[in-house]
Design a protein around this ligand. Structure first.
Ligand code: COA
Length: 164
């Protein structure tokens, strides 16, 4: 069978319901999805790579079509290594477009065999980003319903609001 494999790359610091919306949509289009956490030298993440891998593996436990992995270096090189020719990205508002367009064109310049595919994030998650979630959680704001329960709990632990 000619299986359609796609890569969904990101920093996922932390994963939000917006990311989950894209993952679910992607699985309606592709047979398998690699959720690939970038070891990003441009960002100082709140969650270590190990913590992010743990969270994603916990959430997608029992989903045989989702692989959790990490990478550094060029996304297109990573895609080749995984034998994938499709990169999935989510679009929230028009404001995402410019950045995504720039990245897609750069990736195309680097490797013409890799296609970027954009999926729309559910409108419910249009206003959230990992940063805004962290900002609200840092000040003790209620972010229930915007992130999976495990992320909510881990954020509370990070910011000292956990009852445990
Ligand atoms: N719902 C909610 N939020 C979303 C979202 C969604 N569906 N999709 C993205 N976001 C948010 C993220 O939470 C993140 O928020 P933050 O900036 O507050 O942390 C932001 O949008 C963008 O994050 P992300 O999707 O993780 O992308 P990124 O910009 O951190 O990384 C890579 C993008 C990994 C694809 C890109 O940096 C990359 O490919 N790097 C490898 C190096 C490379 O190949 N470079 C050359 C090509 S550009």
């Amino acid at each position: 069978m000619n299986e359609k494999l796609a890569i969904y790359p990101g920093t996922f610091d932390p994963l939000t319901n917006g990311h989950i919306s894209i993952i679910k949509r992607a699985l309606k289009v592709f047979d398998r999805l690699v959720v690939a956490i970038l070891i990003n030298p441009n960002k100082t993440p709140l969650f270590t790579l190990e913590e992010r891998i743990f969270i994603l593996k916990d959430i997608f436990r029992g989903e045989p079509n989702i692989e959790i992995d990490s990478f550094n270096g060029l996304l297109v090189d990573y895609a080749v290594k995984k034998n994938a020719s499709i990169v999935v990205r989510g679009l929230r508002a028009l404001s995402d477009f410019e950045y995504e367009f720039q990245m897609a064109l750069m990736n195309r310049k680097l490797n013409r065999d890799i296609q970027s595919v954009f999926l729309m994030t559910d409108y419910k998650w249009f206003y959230i980003s990992s940063t805004i979630i962290k900002d609200a959680a840092r000040c003790g704001g209620d972010i229930k319903g915007l992130v999976p329960p495990i992320v909510n709990e881990k954020l509370k632990q990070k910011f000292g609001f956990s009852k445990d």
